[in-house]
Ligand binder design. Structure first.
Ligand code: HEC
Ligand code: HEC
Length: 374
């Protein structure tokens, strides 16, 4: 009996010391004789993504090497936990729903603890490549977004929340594993764990991606192929802002006015957008070029959710854009569409719509790793 116990503890020591050998800078060193040696997480690597990322930018996020499976799991629980709001009824997932690529499907405005949100809730996908978060880019990190949401939409009382988390053994274990010794739960760790989870929300496996990767059995229909030509030529101009170029993020993360509102002065925009952050009135009414990934799932559209369907969005770009807006982006009025209107035929509109549907990634919205753990 003694021998078996010895053998088991030897194996444990080997396992622990092997983990200790991984080149994981941010994890604390482990002493196998220390009862607290369980304070170590399992490193997560983006290189294990399957299929591997194709034509996505290299990941340069400074936190990319400090993710752990436990940190991600912790972030997932925090994301879905309704107790983390002043009403105990609202979690991140109340407004960012997996089945809608983490947008708030169907709602122009979402319900925060203070009432309707000012803007439409965007999808959460591939944001580890962005340091301009929110429609107006006011946050540069996902941890910063989490803080903004907890103090804003969810009106979280931080000492209360920490008390609740400390009383739950699942949480205390995950906080220890994710952040090491001494293991206490702090406000910044809450945000960093949410950041880890959101960094893993990568959508790269739509039919469009499979077609681009030349996967057997996947190709555009004739209509989708025509739609792709419209998208990436002067016929549609979409590619300039919802960029294809070298990468498939489908956004260039730049702030622009795409001509939604018939204003004669930038002071007339109801939502000043980017300009409110920079203080520059030339940037009033500018918003981030959103990614078009999973766009068929994330209605309604635009920063205020004004369009209910993609047909309406395409109709807007084709026929009803407001070209006289003072700071409208010059790309909206490029030759041959100097009046801003694309004047697409009904067939072209349908082709573009069919293309947009190829951006839907069902593996993303059904991935159990992103689902509600409760
Ligand atoms: C009541 C609804 C609501 C809740 C709850 C909520 N959000 Fe949001 N979220 C929004 C809205 C609305 C926006 C857009 C705000 C803006 O751009 O000004 C947004 C924006 C974001 C963005 C920016 C996406 C981008 O493309 O830049 C991220 C990331 C995000 N939320 C994560 C979270 C996290 C994490 C939580 C929980 C801590 C959370 N949200 C809670 C409604 C909500
Ligand atoms: C000059 C840059 C630019 C061009 C060109 C452009 N867009 Fe946009 N697009 C934007 C901006 C900026 C927004 C967000 C505007 C807002 O909400 O105020 C947007 C929003 C959208 C949305 C809504 C996204 C969401 O999450 O709500 C869709 C869909 C869209 N564009 C599709 C297209 C298509 C299709 C084309 C080509 C016909 C196109 N765009 C051309 C800049 C552009």
């Amino acid at each position: 009996m003694k021998k078996i116990v010895l053998a088991i503890s030897f194996c444990l020591a080997v396992v622990v010391s092997l983990q200790n050998c991984t080149p994981e800078k941010t994890l604390p060193p482990v002493d196998p004789n220390d009862p607290d040696s369980s304070y170590i997480g399992t490193p997560y690597s983006f290189s294990t993504l399957n299929p591997p990322l194709f034509r996505f930018p290299t990941i340069s996020d400074p936190y990319k090497d400090s993710l752990t499976l436990e940190g991600i799991e912790l972030g997932r629980r925090l994301f879905y936990d309704k107790r983390l709001s002043s009403t105990n009824l609202l979690s991140c997932a109340s407004c960012h729903k997996q089945e809608f690529a983490f947008a708030d499907g169907g709602n122009s405005k979402s319900n925060s603890v203070f009432g309707p949100t000012k803007r439409n809730a965007p999808s959460i996908e591939n944001l580890l490549w962005s340091n301009k978060l929110f429609w107006d880019g006011r946050s540069s990190t996902l941890a910063g977004v989490a803080k903004d949401a907890f103090h804003g939409e969810q009106n979280l009382d931080v000492p209360n929340a920490i008390g609740y988390l400390q009383s739950d053994s699942n949480y205390t274990r995950l906080f220890r594993k994710a952040f090491g010794k001494p293991g206490e739960i702090t406000e910044p760790k809450i945000y960093l764990a949410l950041q880890q989870f959101m960094m893993t929300l990568i959508s790269s496996n739509s039919r469009f991606d499979k077609i681009q990767r030349n996967e057997a059995g996947f190709q555009f229909t004739e209509s989708e192929a025509r739609g792709f030509v419209i998208f990436q030529t002067e016929a549609g101009e979409c590619f300039h802002c919802h960029t294809f170029g070298n990468t498939f993020l489908m956004t260039d993360n730049i702030f622009r006015n795409n001509g939604l509102d018939p204003v004669t002065s930038t002071n007339d925009f109801t939502d000043k957008g980017r300009g409110l952050i920079t203080g520059n009135s030339n940037e009033y009414g500018m918003f981030k070029d959103p990614s078009l990934r999973n766009i068929a799932l994330t209605a309604p559209y635009m920063h205020d959710g004004r369009f209910q369907t993609l047909e309406e969005v395409i109709g807007f770009y084709s026929d009803t854009i407001k070209p006289l807006s003072p700071n409208i982006d010059p790309l909206m009025k490029k030759v041959p569409h100097t009046d801003g209107r694309l004047n697409l035929t009904d067939e072209q509109k349908q082709d573009l719509l069919n293309l947009l549907h190829t951006f839907t990634d069902t593996t993303f919205i059904y991935n159990p790793a992103f689902s509600n753990p409760f």
